[in-house]
Design a protein around this ligand. Sequence first.
Ligand SMILES: Cc1ncc(COP(=O)(O)O)c(C=O)c1O
Length: 412
Amino acid sequence: MNVKWDNFFAERTKHITGSQIRQFFALTERPEVISFAGGFPGNDFFPREHIARALSKLVMEESCQALQYGPTEGSYDLRDLVAERMRREGAVCETGNLVITDGSQQGLDLLCRILVNTDQPVLVEDPAYIGGMSAIKSYGGIPKGIEMDSEGPIPAKMEQFIVKLTEEGNPPQIFYTVPNFQNPTGLTTSLQRRYEILDIASRYNLLILEDNPYGPLCYEGEVPPSYISLDREDRVIYLGSYSKVLIPGIRIGWLAGPKPLIEKVTLAKQTADLCSSSLGQQLACFLSREGYLDRHIMRLAELYREKRNAMVEAMKRYFPAGVKFNIPRGGFFIWVDFPDYYPTSRELLELALTRNVAFVHGEGFSCNGGGKYSARFSFSQPDIEDITRGIKLIGELLHDIETKCVIKAMGQ
Ligand SMILES: Cc1ncc(COP(=O)(O)O)c(C=O)c1O
């Protein structure tokens, strides 16, 4: 008799579902496809030689720490470095306020595990990072999207939503946000908005989960101060990551917050993995010392700026005038809005794949049914030549569609 797996899965796993965009990923990763879909760092930007030299040194000279299990909360040395980095950015942070995690995704998972109850609404941006919403949903939470404009989440909408949910007897307790160069829109929440949202959080007793993997990759000006540095009430939990500024392969990130929370997260992490990779932590530590990582980030900002510029220039040149897109000041993503007389972005993606070029359609990023005519384009991975070629191919597709729409309208 074949095993019926559904009979074996624990009740709580009913919340664990795949994302809408997963089905497309296999197609977008075909070698002949120019893909603007994945939000991965550029393969060519990994500092291979530095990493190889550092790993060899760590394995030969620091093997007790690099190859052994370590403390669940993370190596003291790395937490010390991260705490100093957080203080430089204005946050009140000691080593005791930190847990090292397996990338910020584990931080999100652990936080949802200890903070989110089944059927509890959790405020998120609309559109929002899919991995954040999946973590919320996998513990039974219900993401509720807050509309955004060019300055970030709209406070009045947020407050209306909180009042409504409270009246319905199910008030939210958490707001999850990616305030810098957001995934998927590339938007950065303005300073004024951060103050307004902190004020709302204070009045309605919300926690803010601030997820900031892209903030250091800033190509113009500066990012506003973080929520955690502006907070005076210990209600912000911050997630940082080495994935985008160094390599995702070591799976090292961190979570910063008030000590009672850190203690609970550490207990939860104990059963998840005992500790994060010791070798990864030692490598992050080694490369952070003597300013290497800071110099690397500055170099990355130059390289990604060139890619961003190439994509923006190509979109200006090849996309029909009715197609709107923002110009992000950092990060990896450009959000594109198509006219609503076009086919949906999901249909556009299918058509684009027949021309061997890919992006991510917008629906998967919205928990409110939005994103039908929007898409996320990532410029981080393809090289500049492919960026121009791929955007030109999509531009040709969009012009064909535009022509068909005009002919159809004339025939009516
Ligand atoms: C907004 C956001 N948060 C978290 C993550 C997860 O990153 P990490 O590799 O640190 O787990 C990503 C990855 O793309 C992301 O875009």
